[in-house]
Design a protein around this ligand. Structure first.
Ligand code: HEM
Ligand code: NAG
Length: 508
């Protein structure tokens, strides 16, 4: 099956090769016609080849170490708002912070989110990411915000859980052990999310779930084929089957919770037996699942939980890993980070004393490093939307129905917006006032509800990493930007215990 797919690619590629020397389609005709009718033109650009458009150029451009080759090149030729033709459709690209803001804030009015159907199928139609903006989306979105971004909850419940689970994983690392850091970061993040959503503590159940989960995630980055090709052996086919299994496991948790609730209400005195494999019986009553139990169908809850697991799984661990990579390559920044965290540890009398909210708030330079990592690496490089009306902006028209891509990365790496924009420099955050052009978590009605949670997770992870370990890079690793921002080898490092207790060292 994969062979068939390769053949298909070959046919496409050779067509492209044959057409390579012919003139590009351009919009000059439609400009003239539109001008004659007194309409604003489409943003300038080229459509590339028939059918494939500029898709292959986009893909090959991003297979380099250069973060923004495709957009850079077109911004130079056409300006910050331009038109291209990728993934089968005419698409207006924006590297303009004002247009980006108009796009994310216009969600539900002049724009709507738009995912390929292959992704929507994997996520499920009731997932927050796929749901069209409207009252229902708004309700689910604010529910998620209250669970994950409310300060009282972060302080009292999420931070202690994060602190405990990060310790647990780092506590299992041996002196001199070789670890692909990304794997460990993913394990931690997955366990955290499962804990936050449905109060399950890590164990064989979560590891089993995670294995299926990895297959599901792979599906997001595979090229989906027509269903008759993708049935059994392809990555996408595997992902679909993994989705069924993950959904089943989640359904099991929901049903058990329903049973427990009934038991609780019928005989509140008898302790409910907890059959394995299942979440810990000591869960608190007030997790995300409890919140969803009344008012939503089983299918809705499954889709919702599954999407939340996806949303945090690729993003946060990648930022954790890249942050460590950038710090390793910037010893001066690393030594400030170490000082900052050693000082926090030194205030604790016992090694096992948990982090408090005030400790998190004292991690000032850490926040600069997190922002700078988000700015340079841009895990979510931007968002796709579709115009639902004709949109007029800075002398152009984006016609109704047209696809748009608001590139956050292009804005974050533009020297108009950030001095020496392509250099990792966390100190800039001690001075720069970014004036709302820095949007690693998007904005408007679809603003990432995990924006604060992710920061806390990354900070706590970094805290325990630098106070308990030193590390060496085990293998040279490379940062790439396609199909996602990541390092090729998952950043393998060798960790060593820091022998002296940090608290003693600082006190001396
Ligand atoms: C560094 C980590 C993260 C980054 C950079 C990030 C970035 C983003 C961005 C840019 C969006 C907007 C997508 C759009 O407008 O279409 C988004 C949406 C979302 N994120 Fe995150 N995210 C991160 C972590 C998380 C975490 C930990 C969670 C888990 C709670 C999460 C849950 C979501 C959800 C549910 C949405 C969809 C919101 C909606 O469409 O209404 N994210 N994220
Ligand atoms: C980091 O970026 C956020 C915007 O996402 C901003 O509100 C915050 O002030 C920045 N932090 C620092 C330390 O500059």
């Amino acid at each position: 099956m994969e062979l068939l797919f390769l053949l298909l690619l070959l046919v496409v590629a050779s067509t492209v090769f044959l057409l390579l020397h012919r003139h590009h389609y351009s919009y000059s005709y439609s400009y003239r016609r539109r001008r004659e009718h007194g309409l604003l033109p489409l943003p300038p650009g080229s459509q590339g080849m028939p059918l494939v458009g500029e898709t292959l150029r986009l893909i090959s451009a991003y297979k380099t170490e250069d973060p923004e080759p495709f957009i850079d090149d077109r911004v130079r030729r056409h300006g910050r708002i331009f038109t291209s033709h990728v993934f089968g459709e005419r698409t207006v690209f924006s590297a303009d912070p004002d247009l980006n803001r108009a796009i994310v804030c216009g969600e539900g009015r002049s724009f709507e989110c738009s995912y390929p159907s292959s992704i929507a199928t994997l996520l499920g139609r009731h997932s927050l990411l796929v749901m069209k903006a409207g009252p229902h989306h708004k309700r689910m979105h604010s529910l998620t915000l209250t669970r994950f971004a409310s300060l009282p909850l972060l302080r009292s419940r999420l931070l202690p859980d994060i602190d405990r689970l990060v310790r647990l994983t780092l506590g299992s690392w041996g002196d001199g052990q070789l670890l692909p850091l990304l794997d460990q970061a993913k394990k931690i993040t997955f366990e955290l999310t499962v804990k936050q959503l449905m109060s399950c503590d890590p164990g064989s159940w979560t590891e089993e779930l995670r294995k299926e989960y990895l297959l599901l995630i792979d599906g997001f980055f595979s090229v989906p084929l027509p269903s008759f090709l993708s049935s059994r052996f392809t990555t996408y086919g595997r992902a679909i089957r993994a989705r069924t299994k993950v959904a089943e496991a989640l359904r099991g948790v929901i049903r058990k919770r329903r049973r427990d609730e009934k038991k609780d209400s019928s005989s509140s005195s008898s302790p409910s037996p907890s059959p394995s494999p299942s979440p810990s019986p000591s869960r608190s009553r007030e997790d995300m699942l409890d919140e969803l139990m009344d008012g939503f169908s089983e299918e809705e809850i499954v889709d919702f939980l599954l999407a939340l697991l996806v949303a945090g799984y690729e993003t946060t661990p990648t930022i954790m890993t890249l942050l460590v990579k950038f710090l390793t390559e910037n010893p001066r920044a690393l030594s400030i980070i170490k000082e900052e965290h050693d000082e926090i540890r030194a205030r604790k009398t016992q090694e096992s004393e948990p982090l408090q909210w005030s400790d998190y708030k004292a991690m000032a330079f850490t926040q600069c490093v997190i922002n700078e990592t988000l700015r340079v690496a841009n895990i979510i490089s931007g968002v796709f939307r579709r115009a639902t009306t004709d949109v007029h902006f800075k002398g152009y028209t984006i016609p109704k129905g047209c696809k748009v891509f608001a590139s956050f990365r292009a804005v974050h790496l533009d020297s108009e917006n950030f001095k020496d924009a392509r250099t990792f420099n966390p100190w800039r955050w001690q001075r720069d006032d970014e004036n709302g052009i820095f949007t690693p978590f998007g904005g408007g009605p679809r603003l990432c509800p995990g924006y604060e949670l992710a920061r806390v997770e990354i900070s706590v992870f970094l805290h325990h990493l630098v106070t308990r370990f030193s590390w060496d890079v085990a293998e040279k690793d490379k940062l790439v930007f396609f199909p996602t921002t990541r390092t090729l080898k998952g950043y393998p490092i060798i960790v060593r215990h820091r022998h002296q207790k940090v608290s003693e060292k600082v006190m001396r």
